[in-house]
Design a protein around this ligand. Structure first.
Ligand code: FE
Length: 209
């Protein structure tokens, strides 16, 4: 399988893009040959559009903050650890969780196209697929973070992880101070999508209250 590409964001009225036409044609052929079940395909698309989203990743992060054994399992094999959440995990996908520390901040990009940990973060934001993000995340990660309003201490290194169709990453942000004794549900509300891409930080507990 080749590296994945998303359909384009721009609209052409009611006309389908070349990519959408190709996808339709392929779907039709596969359905005619009995390789795919249209209803099953629709259910998967529906799940990604409505059920799968960053709230899922937020639950994973909150559990890692609360449960040291789960955190260890997540960092050891994120694909396996998130399977306990009953997530759709596509065959061949490999999910890696990278932990932020005071010394290291992690950021995720797909320099080639738009590979993204869909099963935990849902659909990627538009900027994630943009050429400027894809190139600058690598050449000037600190500048990109500044654009997102994130300023890290000078002593914090930034590590950028390049996703592929087979290997995707989720950032495990640092648990905010002042959250001792918080439930997982409450902690999850602090976990933003961008904090799991590494272009943001969790919400401030005081502001979230
Ligand atoms: Fe990609």
């Amino acid at each position: 399988m080749t590296h994945e590409h998303d359909d384009h964001d721009h609209e052409h009225g009611s006309e389908l893009s070349e990519m959408q036409l190709r996808v339709r044609a392929l779907e039709t052929v596969l359905a005619e040959k009995g390789y795919i079940d249209q209803a099953a395909l629709d259910a998967i698309v529906e799940a990604y559009e409505t059920k799968v989203g960053p709230h899922t990743g937020a639950r994973v992060v909150a559990k890692a903050w609360s449960d040291p054994a789960f955190k260890e399992a997540l960092l050891a094999d994120a694909s396996k650890a998130v399977a306990s959440f009953g997530l759709l995990n596509r065959v061949g996908d490999h999910l890696i969780a990278v932990e932020n520390t005071p010394k290291r901040h992690n950021m995720i990009v797909c320099t080639l196209c738009s590979c993204y940990p869909w099963e935990v973060l849902g659909l990627p934001p538009v900027w994630y697929k943009s050429a400027p993000y894809r190139s600058r995340a690598v050449s000037d990660p600190r500048g990109v973070l500044a654009d997102f309003g994130v300023k890290l201490p000078a002593g914090t290194d930034i590590r950028v992880w390049d996703s592929t169709a087979e290997t995707r990453f989720i950032v495990l942000p640092m648990r905010p101070a002042g959250t001792d004794g918080w439930s997982e549900e409450r902690l999850a509300m602090l976990v933003t999508r961008n904090s799991m891409i590494g272009t943001g930080l969790p919400k401030d507990p005081k502001e979230a209250a």
